[in-house]
Design a protein around this ligand. Structure first.
Ligand SMILES: C[S@@+](CC[C@H](N)C(=O)[O-])C[C@H]1O[C@@H](n2cnc3c(N)ncnc32)[C@H](O)[C@@H]1O
Length: 749
């Protein structure tokens, strides 16, 4: 990230000694620097089987050079040594979420959102989640004062003021989650204190209520500052990669999706705050899915206009939106100039079959809508997929602007479903509209049936998520069976037991929630296993909206989890690595143990290094003096030039060993970056028995500390080997954390 004002101001304040500014700025981009300075030079001038292989190049239009592109056959990645190493780097960094791989143009919509840290953001169709991650670097500015796992703890004794967490929302569907997450209903986004994930049909998204800012006794509806509508589409812009589309493409794909796309966009329009912005995008080239949708939405909502974004991303080659197009039906024989000519040729019922409505055609006042302000991206322009983006803004008053008002006069202003007027649609299939023409999406509203058979069409390509409150198991994503969201009292014993890390009262203890099932009858409440933290707005929304109604699948970020402490000791809460940026600002600096480079190597290399394995001195002494359980360690960059910044990592001390408590893949990624290769040992490694362990049968296993691996590892392990030797338990019902309880059956651990 770069900001001239920031640079000028802070350089003139001399907050850093001479010569340190560049290092300071580099820190923010350390991963990109690793890629640029370490990998790209080794990948230049590479030959494979007599062919020169081009190195990765930066995508010219992506801000700050943070996006890269390379075209290399799989064979090269597998066999050519430099590319093989680069591939491992990519795989590990992707696994831990530092890099995300996607079609270049898919990165466009978030760039046009102009999200600011205080914004409330909604992603209407978030699954599988690759665009949500692009909002976060900006949204997280305030949640992470320092980069993840790289912060230098404050030297102040007084805890820092609480971070402000901006809110983000995402509506998503279950059906497109990748195979890896198919058991989960969440898109692949990392949770954050400001994030809620709901699983609903975006076209009937319910209103979210929260107490009025001016009158606490009143409730008001949440309006968003930014909404992304990356809608389900025919996807024909991806034809370069999805070769199957060449076989199956037909105009009905787009015709059928138009209605759903329009309903999703118009629902977003109703949820947007004055002066707010909507980015509408598809990876389709079809004007019926693009300009036609925008035209209908603008005519029905005169308080919206298209924004001119021609100055934005100047290096992006684009073409303007169309002002004329000619829809066609299945026969493809004829394209029709107007809706009327189409209807004149139609036998009764054909229009419904063709899924065509008046809204598929350019309206008469098309010029007034300024459709050329939309962006069309074509594959040949810049070696990308095909894409469409429109950026819409709501007027400051919520009233129509002059130009659009005029356009609106020609249109039936109050009817969202203008597009359906001339098509005979069975009563049962019509959406229920409220007085403003909004599809009813409240508790009392029946979820509307599709206006045409668009949903059936959509379902084949992008299966829609289940409808609010009406699901049965197996119906579009399964039943909704989440545990309730319960905020703990600030003096709850679970929170108090985490005091080792946090310094109340500054820590926002009242924003800690748990997901334990409600006790039945007189039964004792289930013990707390995990604690999550949310920002204040998410707390308000969770407390004032029925989580079943909004099908809330995730809120906030997990910060503490219960850990068995070994034989004879009570279970304790341990802090999670991904929560450290949130927890460290509240942690007494004295509580953080400092390690050196050798210590870090031992922790990365060994799964359960014995306490005795560490060199005498600082770290070992400090850890010896501490009790068993969860600890936080800092590895300062000054100690070795290889570290470009401080690392802050979670540890677990058992009676005999000290374990680095990060996911195995994160550990490998860390190892690749710090040591240039993966020096980690397999989790199944058997540690030599130390003197302290020799006290009893099986003592080592119980004392060695937990193993944290990903679900995939377990699944692979179970698939690949005789499963009899393993038993796994999901800690939180999600993919990221597995505790393995192992036995010695079959001689395996
Ligand atoms: C173009 S994709 C979105 C991709 C996503 N923005 C990303 O970057 O990962 C459209 C998604 O919308 C989902 N979808 C389909 N019908 C939907 C509906 N009625 N409401 C919400 N999402 C829907 C599809 O399953 C698909 O995952």
């Amino acid at each position: 990230m770069h900001n001239d004002r920031f640079t000028t101001y802070y350089q003139s304040q001399k907050i850093l000694p001479d010569g340190e500014w560049d290092v300071f700025m580099e820190t923010a981009q350390s991963l990109n620097a690793t890629l640029r300075d370490t990998h790209v030079p080794t990948l230049s001038n590479v030959e494979f089987e007599g062919q020169s292989i081009p190195p990765p190049v930066q995508i010219p239009w992506y801000p700050d050079g943070l996006a890269w592109q390379f075209n290399v056959p799989k064979k090269v990645l597998r066999k050519q040594p430099e590319f093989k190493g680069f591939h491992s780097f990519l795989v590990f960094e992707t696994e831990v979420g530092n890099i995300s791989r996607q079609e270049a143009v898919s990165m466009l919509p978030p760039l046009f959102m102009d999200v600011e840290p205080h914004h409330k953001v909604m992603d209407m169709c978030a699954a599988p989640g690759s665009k949500v991650v692009h909002h976060f670097p900006r949204l997280r500015i305030l949640t992470r004062r320092r980069p993840l796992n790289s912060s230098k703890p404050s030297t102040r004794k007084t805890p820092s003021p609480p971070p402000r967490f901006p809110p983000a929302f995402s509506s998503q569907t279950t059906a497109t989650t990748s195979a890896r997450t198919s058991s989960s209903t969440s898109p692949r986004v990392s949770p954050a204190p400001a994030l809620m994930v709901t699983n609903l049909d975006a076209s009937i998204y319910p209103q979210l209520k929260l107490p009025s800012a001016t009158n606490a006794n009143k409730m008001e509806t949440l309006l968003f500052d930014r909404i992304l509508c990356d809608v389900p589409c025919s996807g024909d812009g991806t034809m370069r990669k999805n070769l199957g589309i060449w076989k199956t493409w037909q105009p009905m794909d787009g015709n059928g999706l138009h209605g759903l796309q329009l309903r999703i966009l118009q629902r977003a329009m109703k949820m947007l705050a004055p002066r707010g912005r909507i980015v509408y995008s598809t990876c389709s080239l079809n004007p019926v899915e693009n300009e036609a949708v925008i035209a209908c939405a603008l005519r029905n909502n005169p308080d919206f206009r298209l924004i001119d974004v021609s100055e934005k991303l100047p290096a992006l080659h684009r073409r303007p939106g169309l002002t004329s197009w000619r829809p066609t039906d299945k026969s493809l024989c004829t394209t029709y100039d107007t809706y009327e000519t189409f209807m004149a040729t139609c036998a009764e019922g054909d229009a419904v079959k063709a899924k065509m409505t008046r809204g598929h055609w350019p309206p008469e006042d098309v010029e007034k809508l300024e459709l050329p302000k939309c962006l069309r991206i074509y594959p040949h322009l810049q070696d990308t997929g095909g894409f469409f983006v429109a950026v819409l803004e709501r007027s400051s008053t919520g009233m129509g602007t002059a130009a659009v008002e005029e356009a609106g006069e020609a249109a039936p202003r109050k009817r969202e479903a203008e597009v359906d007027e001339s098509v005979e649609i069975p009563e049962s299939k019509k959406p229920r509209l409220d007085v403003d023409g909004v599809v009813k999406a409240e508790d009392d509203a029946e979820p509307p049936a599709e206006t045409t058979s668009v949903a059936a069409e959509a379902a084949t390509k992008n299966p829609a998520p289940p409808k609010a409150g009406k699901q049965k198991k197996g119906e579009g994503g399964g039943s909704f069976k989440e545990n309730p969201y319960t905020y703990l009292a600030p003096n709850d014993p679970a929170i108090l037991s985490s005091r080792a890390y946090i310094s109340p009262p500054a820590f926002p203890s009242s924003n800690v929630l748990v997901r334990t099932p409600l006790p039945e009858g007189d039964a004792e409440p289930a013990p707390v296993r995990n604690m999550y933290i949310t920002n204040a707005l998410v707390k308000q929304l969770v407390t004032h909206n029925d989580y079943n109604r909004i099908r809330l699948t995730c809120a906030g970020t997990k910060v503490f989890t219960k850990q068995e402490a070994g034989r004879g000791a009570d279970a304790q809460f341990r802090v999670l690595g991904e929560a450290l940026p949130l927890i460290v600002p509240y942690t007494d600096p004295e509580a953080i143990v400092v390690g050196d480079f050798t210590t870090l190597r031992i922790l990365v290399e060994k799964a359960y290094p014995l306490c005795a394995a560490f060199p005498d001195g600082g770290f070992k002494d400090a850890m010896t003096a501490r009790g068993t359980g969860s600890h936080i360690a800092r590895f300062p960059r000054e100690l070795d030039s290889i570290l470009s910044h401080d690392l802050i990592l979670p540890l677990w001390k058992s009676t005999s060993s000290i374990t680095l408590m990060i996911d195995k893949k994160a550990k490998s990624a860390l190892s690749m970056r710090v040591f240039g290769k993966d020096i980690t040992s397999p989790v199944k490694e058997k540690e030599p028995r130390g003197a302290e362990d020799a006290e009893g049968e099986g003592g080592e296993e119980e004392d060695a500390g937990p193993v944290v691996v990903s679900l995939e590892d377990v699944e692979e392990g179970l698939d690949a080997a005789d499963a009899g030797g393993w038993s796994g338990r999901r800690c939180d019902g999600r993919r990221e954390c597995i505790k393995l309880v192992w036995s010695r059956k079959n001689g395996r651990e």
